[in-house]
Design a protein. Structure first.
Length: 473
């Protein structure tokens, strides 16, 4: 039940307003002065206040200011028999929802209460949706541990803090460019606005133009009515051009003009439309190459490239593959009502070795397919798709025929225990020696690179030394 506070020093007015509000099903609280009103605002979870401007102890404008200090979102409707333009303007500026004069009819009060409380309900629903979107698409929910993704995280925080007007996200297909775009939107001040996604690769240029800019009635053969474009709908929000490298050159020129002028025209119209939105673009293509080939406008590139973000491929995020796998298993356990506990050590090793050309999207699809098809408690090698198994076999064959340092230790390290499951003692030695070389012989730093304790690394070094001694004898 919605709660309404009526503040008026006239008992008859309080009684008539209470009757009108009660008839509409609202719970009503009464106050005859400003002091009592403010006490109720602090103690009761209210939805709306009907506030008289002339009170015996505190001026109504001052009460309004204090109400807004206590609860900025609380709706307040000013009522007075001494209405003036000045007081109305002042009350609205402070944050009053509306301003009405005495005397008034009960039906009018019922209508304005309904309109105000409907607006409040809508505002609360919008805030709930924003919280839900932030929870689902906020950057804190993006799975990462690698140093390269930490750099992306820090950059995104700066972009959100300063509300950068244009962002260019670059990376291979499946690295999560849309997820980053949504995170930027949902963490920004524009979160209550629309997030409009445009797939530049799949939509014909003529259709994309009419969808973006909108059109007036009669602008072309099938334009039977006027229609606002997606750029208008993105006002106070974000428009996301997915795979902008595939956008038609003519349309690129028009988008450049939008960025420069902050305005545009509907098709068939001479009137300019102004809209305030953030533009986020993404691409998996080499824009510099496209520019040299005349396929992408250099001026548009520089306009978009104000804040570039480079998403690393999954093969360069070795620490993240295991985390993502656990996340997807938990997700699909819940979604498909499964009880998969995890991966066998052999599968962990195979997933680390696989280069993931489809990146995070491919990993997600692999885990989902396995869990749909199999009812198992643990994922084993035989559950993996043939492309992963064949790649592992190919890698194993190549490594057995090559001498020397065939495995390269990544700068951000690896999980030694996971990697050593299927490799020889000679290769273990190579990895450990690389770690010691990278850290100038510092065993503590080397153990961190390998995901080992210092004592475990010491034992491995001792084994290597024993093998060397036997070889020398």
């Amino acid at each position: 039940m919605q709660r309404v506070l009526i503040v008026d020093d006239e008992e008859l007015i309080r009684a008539s307003l209470k009757q009108a509000a009660t008839e509409e099903g609202y719970e009503v609280f009464l106050a005859e002065n400003g002091k009592k009103a403010l006490t109720l605002v602090e103690k009761v979870d209210l939805d709306l206040v009907l506030l008289d401007l002339r009170l015996p102890d505190i001026n109504g404008i001052e009460v309004l200011k204090k109400i807004k200090e206590i609860d900025e979102d609380l709706l307040v409707i000013i009522i007075t028999g001494y209405a003036s333009v000045e007081s109305a303007v002042e009350a609205i500026k402070i944050g009053a929802y509306d301003y009405i004069k005495k005397p008034f009819k009960a039906d009018f009060i019922k209508l304005i209460l309904k309109l105000a409380l409907d607006k409040l309900k809508l505002n609360r629903e919008i805030q709930r949706l924003i919280r839900t979107q932030r929870k689902e698409y906020g950057f804190e929910n993006i799975i990462w541990q690698s140093p390269k993704m930490k750099e992306v995280y820090n950059l995104v925080k700066k972009i959100v803090r300063h509300d950068a007007p244009t962002v260019l996200i670059r990376g291979e297909s499946g690295t999560g460019k849309e997820l980053i775009a949504r995170a930027i939107h949902n963490m920004s001040k524009r979160a209550s606005g629309a997030f409009i996604e445009i797939d530049c690769a799949s939509m014909p240029a003529t259709l994309l133009e009419s969808e973006l800019f909108g059109y007036e009635k009669g602008a072309f053969t099938d334009a039977n009515r006027s229609k606002p474009g997606l750029l208008e709908e993105a006002d106070n929000g974000t428009i996301f051009f997915d795979e902008i490298g595939d956008m038609d050159l003519i349309l690129q020129k028009k988008i450049l003009r939008v960025l420069e002028e902050k305005s545009f025209r509907r098709l068939g119209s001479l009137k300019k439309v102004h809209a305030d939105f953030k533009i986020i673009a993404s691409t998996n293509r080499n824009l510099e190459t496209l520019i040299s080939e005349g396929m992408f406008r250099e001026d548009l590139y520089y306009r978009l490239n104000v804040m570039p973000i480079f998403l690393p491929p999954l093969r360069e995020r070795e620490r993240d593959a295991a985390l993502l796998t656990k996340f997807f298993i938990a997700k699909f356990n819940k979604e498909y009502k499964k009880m998969v506990a995890g991966l066998s050590p052999e599968v962990e090793s195979l997933l680390i070795q696989y280069p993931w050309p489809g990146n995070v999207r491919e990993l997600k699809n692999v885990i989902e397919r396995i869990m749909i098809v199999n009812d198992v408690s643990k994922i084993l090698p035989e559950h993996l798709p043939v492309e992963i198994l064949s790649k592992a076999k190919e890698t194993s064959t190549k490594s057995s025929s090559v001498t020397g340092s065939w495995i390269q230790l990544p700068d951000d390290g690896l999980d030694f225990n996971q990697v050593i499951a299927n490799i020889t003692s000679d290769l273990k030695k190579q990895i450990i020696l690389q770690a010691l070389e990278k850290t100038n012989g510092n065993k503590t730093k080397a153990s961190r690179l390998l995901g080992l304790s210092r004592s475990a690394l010491g034992r491995q070094i001792e084994k290597i030394q024993n093998i060397l001694l036997k070889t020398e004898k």
